[in-house]
Design a protein. Structure first.
Length: 339
């Protein structure tokens, strides 16, 4: 099968996406596919560029605003017309954040009538907006920490949610634009900083406890994983730098807790209209209460990312995982062709 792997883009998660895309391209070739690697901000990548990406990994900090503003994502508009992509069977989306994960690119691909992996524009847009996500989780009976949104004073937040409190961008990912404010001074500084984010600001009650994650592939929950970060929260550095977090698959927890987390993850996946795959994150507090933090429509897809680690715990290697995601999309294409 001929597959185009879309990666990069212009979001502040660009480096993560490039790392995912380069490894996915190699994995799909190992599975026997013909693969074209595409940076949506640069166009089709030469093999030497792919090799460079495979060797670089993810930097300790995201790219700066100046670097991102110099990129041009107009290539995205012409994907379906590119002669190198004209006979592509499936577009594999290894994009994170920005227009790659908020439903924009999915809308363009839908309009072009092509087949792609992962959730469609609705599922992506619902999961990308953390405030909408929390409303849908609550409506589905899935516990999620209390929250406030928008311009709020220190008194408003402290009175409603207490301290510490999490301050984050509603449309953020990879734990970027996320602050844990321990006291009123830190909260005031976080509110001031968030004014520059150009995004809806979400204040969330901080739930202490153990952090768990559940991947979904197809309609099947994968083994539960536990995340033990070196920092107080699982931030960008802990996610992408070596030895900054312990990620345990399968988690060493009772079977009934694992099954409850898996069931809630699947309910969240359905409530947010996600398809093919996702990853849902939780906190379990000291009293055993379960709190759903968010769902990721396009989770990281390097071999060391959380979803592939969960798949490995289920006996599914990285190449096989990527191939399965292509298979789910390809089956959808067959249904479309019949219509």
């Amino acid at each position: 099968m001929r597959i185009a792997v879309l990666m990069g883009g212009t979001s502040d998660e660009r480096d993560v996406s490039l790392a995912s895309g380069a490894q996915v391209a190699r994995a799909l070739r190992d599975a026997g596919h013909e693969v074209v690697a595409v940076d949506t901000a640069r166009g089709v990548l030469a093999s030497v560029e792919e090799d460079r990406l495979l060797g670089e990994g993810v930097a300790s900090a995201p790219p700066g605003a100046g670097e991102l503003s110099a990129l041009d994502e107009s290539h995205t508009m012409a994907l379906a017309r590119d002669p190198d992509l004209g006979d592509v069977d499936v577009f594999f989306l290894a994009l994170h954040g920005g227009t790659g994960e908020d439903g924009t690119i999915q809308s363009l691909l839908d309009a072009a009538g092509v087949t792609y992996t992962g959730s469609d524009r609705l599922g992506c847009s619902l999961a990308m907006d953390k405030e909408v996500t929390k409303r849908l989780l609550r409506d589905a009976g899935i516990p999620t920490p209390d929250w406030l949104v928008g311009g709020r004073s220190v008194d408003d937040v402290d009175r409603a949610l207490g301290l510490p409190v999490v301050v984050k961008a509603s449309g953020g990912g990879s734990s970027l634009r996320l602050i844990l404010a321990h006291d009123r001074g830190e909260l005031a500084a976080a509110i001031e900083e968030s004014a520059s984010w150009n995004d809806l600001v979400l204040f969330e009650r901080y739930q202490r406890g153990r952090e768990f994650t559940v991947g979904i592939v197809g309609h099947r929950p994968l083994p539960v994983g536990e995340i033990v970060p070196r920092h107080e929260i699982f931030d960008y550095e802990c996610k992408y730098q070596p030895d900054m977090a312990e990620e345990i698959f399968p988690a060493d927890i009772p079977v009934d807790l694992a099954e409850e987390l898996q069931g809630l993850a699947l309910r969240a996946h359905v409530a947010l209209r996600l398809r093919d795959f996702s990853r849902v994150d939780f906190i379990v507090d000291d009293e055993g209460g379960i709190w759903c933090l968010e769902a990721n429509a396009l989770p990281g897809l390097t071999a060391n990312s959380l979803l592939p680690k969960a798949a490995q715990a289920a006996g599914i290697g990285f190449s096989e995982l990527c191939d399965r995601l292509v298979g789910l999309a390809s089956a959808r294409r067959g249904t479309q062709d019949e219509r």
